[in-house]
Design a protein around this ligand. Structure first.
Ligand code: PRP
Length: 184
């Protein structure tokens, strides 16, 4: 862990860099096959998705375009309300386009469930989801994930785009955060 400069902040590595990159390559191959001959728009959800977007998109070999959204749940304690506010909208008109939302993690599922519906109401031809991680035990709504990296336990995880107080996003692996980091 020393080369990452995070001391003993990480308890254990859940998904190594190699595991993540190998799984993303498999997901990219599936996407290549499923969208061959179609016009595909990748939509990343800031900020957590930047790593998976960068790595997954470069493993996809069919031509794709890329756009970004930033969203936030209303209020800090009301994430479970499922009401999402758009902080930065797409630059692209998705009407008639095949859209693949690229995410780092599905936790309660509320963000993605809302986003998928929102993009469909704009007239997208299809809206599918690719996510690096999913926490099945945290699900509040069912989200139909087309491309899944890994199911992980309902623990506090950081790395590979995921943060705690904006730290740890740049770690190339996914690890659990040591309790002393958030209990002081
Ligand atoms: C995370 C993640 C998803 C959302 C998933 O983003 O990137 O967008 O939470 O949670 P849900 O399934 O419970 O809705 P976060 O709000 O932490 O913002 P960030 O990507 O900027 O870190």
């Amino acid at each position: 862990m020393e080369q990452y400069g995070v001391g003993d902040d990480i308890d254990k590595v859940l998904i190594s860099e190699t595991q993540m990159q190998e799984r993303l390559a498999q997901m990219a191959a599936e996407i290549d096959r499923d969208y061959a001959g179609r016009d595909l728009l990748l939509v990343g959800v800031l900020k957590g998705a930047i790593m998976v977007m960068a790595d997954l998109s470069r493993k996809i070999t069919i031509p794709v375009t890329m756009d970004w959204m930033a969203v936030s749940s209303y209020g800090s304690g009301t994430k479970s309300s499922g009401v999402v506010r758009i902080l930065k909208d797409l630059d692209t008109d998705v009407a008639g386009r095949h859209v693949l939302i690229v995410e780092d993690i599905i936790d309660s599922g509320l963000t993605l469930s809302w986003l998928q519906k929102n993009l469909l109401t704009r007239g997208a031809a299809s809206v599918e989801i690719a996510t690096a991680l999913r926490k099945p035990d945290a699900a509040k709504v069912e989200v139909n994930v087309r491309y899944l990296g890994f199911d992980i336990p309902n623990e506090f995880v950081v790395g590979y785009g995921l943060d705690y107080a904006e730290n740890y996003r740049t770690l190339p692996f996914v690890g659990t955060l040591a309790e002393h980091v958030y209990n002081n």
